[in-house]
Structure formats: structure tokens, C-alpha cells
Design a protein around this ligand. Structure first.
Ligand code: NAD
Length: 426
């Protein structure tokens, strides 16, 4: 979650008609076709297990009452408790939450950790709210959804515009109802049972997967140029890790616009500038460009790390990156996927690229259940082992079946969940 005071843009670069559910349903169908799944299994695997829509009344600081709409959707729990983040954003809709919940089922399955998939969201503008209002919103939302949460039922985590503080309110409110239960949520501060490395995990994980991808493609990572859309939790740690590997970060964007420098963005100057001004634009030594321009820059690696549907049929022909690593969830629409595949642009899919976060959330959950904590070095080493194994599985499947990385990833993930459902005798 970024510093307060930053306005959140609408999905400025998305096509107005895109629905993120089309992304999950198309990707699922391609995998189900390859696996020869029957109609009943398809229905079972695509129908959300449980959907909760809640009214969230909040007394604002000016004394008025505002009612927000919130959701918690559990897509599938055949392989373990449902798992997935909670998003605060004005554009949250039930279809968005459904799609993100389903993507979590495939992500946890792909990296083979014992969870299912869920997602939550509240349609709100957190940047227009005070901390006290956000706390009241989070506590009220938690009190409305806590009946379906729990360490062995559904374990939330941070997502867009939520952070360790929001997870703390959720943990505290849940514990008021159920007794001290740190394993009810991940992404907590380390002082309250959070895991070392969780904050960095998604971005660092994405950088590890980019490294593996470049190695697989026989391209050097040191000196590679990177364009990065979204410089919040995921984007900022991905940028730091890739810069350490010798990449040149050509451009970065937040919701207010993007900046470009052919010499490479100085991250040591970028983060203080962003913290002080609330935006990336205005950074000394950079040129202001639009978010759309950033996506179409000539570069080696394009990393969407903001919102969904940003690479669509309207811009896919103009993308000039050699590879795309999807650190955001669902950034590429099915039409765009076909265009990118035809144009020979390798796409490392979201359910793999962004899986570092949920992997370390899994470690946080196990540490909480055991009340035994790990060193940071152990967290990162175990995360890397899981991500690299999943990457190898995807590459081998893609190669042997001559399919895209995305279809390979979905095929592996869907196969595991279908098998779990069958074993459990649904
Ligand atoms: P965040 O709130 O910390 O940061 C989001 C970033 O996106 C900010 O820099 C924001 O300014 C930018 N942004 C918002 N709207 C934009 C727009 N229209 N154009 C360009 N930039 C825009 O969120 P995050 O946690 O970094 O999540 C980013 C993405 O990664 C989301 O798709 C999320 O679902 C996914 N993800 C997050 C995690 C995690 O652990 N936080 C894990 C897996 C996947």
C-alpha cells in the first residue's frame, strides 16, 4: 500500500469492456480441454464454493454514515483452506473478486502449497479516508466476514491498497470474536507473528522468476532493460531485486503517470521522491510519460505490477518488450494473449510470477500454527526452492506439449485441483 495522499486512478489503461472473469474462464477452458475434463468437473472447478457480500457501514470523521460494499469469495478449498488477499479500491466489483479468487486457486495449486483460493475486496477509495476511518472500515468488514474465516477455513492477506496495518486490524478483530488467532491472516507485522520476508516476497519472487526465464531463454539478465507498471508493494521490491541483478529500470509508473530515463531510473532517489510527493512524476533526471506509453516501450522485460486487464487487444500489437513477467494478477486479456503468442513475446503468467507472496504467506501460517519462527535467510531459500521447482514444471510442460507458459501453468494447476476433488469424492 502506498503512502496516503496518493489518488488511485481508475483502470486507466484497461479497455472499458474487459471483464477479468473472461481471463480466468478462458485460461481454465484451455487447460480443461487439454486435460479432457468432463462437463461436471468443469462446472465443479469453476463455480465459487462460497460468496459473501456484506454491507459495511462506517461512521466517517465528519460524523456522517457511509455504507460500503464488501465481498469475500472462496473459490475452492479442495487442497486446503481458502487463501487470498483483500483489496481496497473504488473499482472493486463482484466479478473482479470472483476472478481474483479463482486465480488464487490455480496459483496455490501451481506452486503446490496446501491452500485453495479466495479473495476479498471493498469498493472504497482508501486514499480519501483517514487512518481512523480505514480502521473502522476494516474492523466492521472483518466482523461481517469472520464467520467464514479461520486458520483452517480461509486465511486473508494483503493486496492492492492494504498492508500489514490493515492485516493487524483484521487479526485483532478476528481474535476478539475467536480468541488469539495469529494464523487467521498473513502479511502481519513481524512483531505480531508476521513472517520475515513476507513484505518483500512477491516482488523478490517475481525477480527470481524473471532470472529463471531469462536463463531459460538464453538471454542475459545483467544489463537487461525493464519497464515496470505499478511501484507499490510488488513493483517496488521487484525493481530493487532486478536492479541488484544489474537490470536497467527504464521506466516506472504509478496511478498518476510514469517516468522514463534511458540511463535507468535511480531507485535510491525514486523512493524518497515518491514518499515526499506521492507520485513518481517529477523525479529529477526523468521524463514524464503516460502509463500507456510505458507499456509500449522498447525494452527487454515488461512487468505489469498494478491492476488487471492492462494488456488488451487495443495495445497488444504495440507492445515492444521481448518478454512479459506478470507480477500483477490477471493483467493480460485472452485476446492480447493470442496476439502476444503470435508475435513471439514470451509471457510468464501471473499465477507463477506473483506466487512468491502466497508462498511466504504459507510459511507465515505454518510459523503461526507452530509458534516457531524462521530466519529470513530460511524464508527466502525455501521460497526460491518452491518457485524454481514450479518454474521448471511449467517450462517442461510447455516444451513437451508445445503450449504457452500460461496454458502449461494452468494445466498443471487445474490437474492437481481436479485430482484433489476426485480423491475427496465430490
Ligand atoms: P499496491 O497497492 O501496493 O500497489 C499498487 C501499485 O499500482 C501502486 O504503485 C499504484 O499507484 C499502481 N497503480 C494503481 N492503479 C494504476 C493504474 N491505473 N496505472 C498504473 N499504476 C497503477 O498493490 P500491490 O500489493 O503491489 O499489488 C499489485 C498487483 O500485484 C495486484 O495485481 C495484486 O493483486 C498483485 N499481487 C500482490 C501480492 C502482494 O503480496 N501484495 C501478491 C500477489 C499478487
Amino acid at each position: 500500500m502506498e503512502n496516503r495522499g496518493t489518488a488511485i486512478g481508475a483502470k486507466a489503461t484497461a479497455e472499458p469492456t474487459e471483464n477479468p472473469r473472461d481471463i480466468t474462464s478462458t485460461n481454465f477452458r484451455l487447460a480443461a480441454d487439454r486435460l479432457g475434463l468432463d462437463a461436471e468437473t468443469r462446472t465443479l472447478l469453476t463455480t465459487p464454493f462460497r460468496e459473501l457480500r456484506v454491507e459495511v457501514p462506517v461512521r466517517l470523521d465528519d460524523g456522517s454514515l457511509k455504507v460500503f460494499l464488501g465481498y469475500r469469495i472462496q473459490h475452492n478449498g479442495a487442497r486446503g483452506p481458502a487463501k487470498g488477499g483483500i483489496r481496497y479500491h473504488p473499482a472493486v466489483t463482484v466479478d473482479e473478486v470472483r476472478a481474483l479468487a479463482e486465480a488464487m486457486t490455480w496459483k496455490t495449486s501451481l506452486v503446490n502449497i496446501p491452500f485453495g483460493g479466495a479473495k476479498g475486496g471493498i469498493a472504497c477509495d482508501p486514499h480519501a479516508m483517514s487512518q481512523r476511518e480505514l480502521e473502522r472500515l476494516t474492523r466492521k468488514y472483518t466482523s461481517r466476514i469472520q464467520v467464514i474465516l479461520g486458520p483452517y477455513r480461509d486465511v486473508p492477506a494483503p493486496d492492492v491498497n492494504t498492508n500489514a496495518q490493515v492485516m493487524t486490524w483484521l487479526f485483532d478483530e478476528y481474535s476478539l470474536h475467536h480468541g488469539y488467532t495469529p494464523a487467521c491472516v498473513t502479511g502481519k507485522p513481524v512483531e505480531l507473528g508476521g513472517s520475515l520476508g513476507r513484505e518483500q516476497a512477491t516482488g523478490y519472487g517475481a525477480a527470481i522468476l524473471v532470472r529463471e526465464l531469462m536463463r531459460e531463454l538464453g538471454r542475459p539478465l545483467a544489463g537487461a532493460t525493464v519497464a515496470l507498471q505499478g511501484i507499490g508493494n510488488v513493483g517496488s521490491y521487484a525493481a530493487r531485486a532486478l536492479a541488484r541483478e544489474g537490470c536497467r529500470i527504464l521506466a516506472v509508473a504509478d496511478s498518476k503517470g510514469a517516468v522514463f530515463s534511458s540511463k535507468g531510473i535511480d531507485l535510491a532517489a525514486l523512493f524518497p521522491h515518491k514518499a515526499a510527493t506521492g507520485k513518481v512524476q517529477g523525479l529529477a533526471g526523468t521524463e514524464a510519460i503516460s502509463n500507456g506509453d510505458l507499456l509500449e516501450l522498447e525494452c527487454d522485460i515488461l512487468i505489469p505490477a498494478a491492476l488487471e486487464c492492462v494488456i488488451h487487444r487495443g495495445n497488444a500489437e504495440r507492445i515492444r518488450a521481448k518478454v512479459i513477467a506478470e507480477a500483477a494478477n490477471l493483467p493480460t486479456t485472452p485476446d492480447a494473449d493470442q496476439i502476444l503468442e503470435r508475435r513471439g513475446i514470451a509471457v510468464l503468467p501471473d499465477i507463477l510470477t506473483s506466487a512468491g507472496g502466497v508462498t511466504v504467506s504459507y510459511f507465515e501460517w505454518t510459523q503461526n500454527l507452530q509458534q516457531h519462527f524462521w530466519e529470513e535467510s530460511q524464508v527466502f531459500a525455501e521460497m526460491e526452492k518452491i518457485l524454481v521447482k514450479a518454474f521448471r514444471n511449467v517450462v517442461e510442460r510447455a516444451r513437451s506439449e508445445k503450449i504457452s507458459y500460461r496454458t502449461a501453468a494452468y494445466t498443471i494447476a487445474v490437474e492437481r485441483v481436479a485430482r484433489a476433488e476426485k480423491l475427496r469424492g465430490t
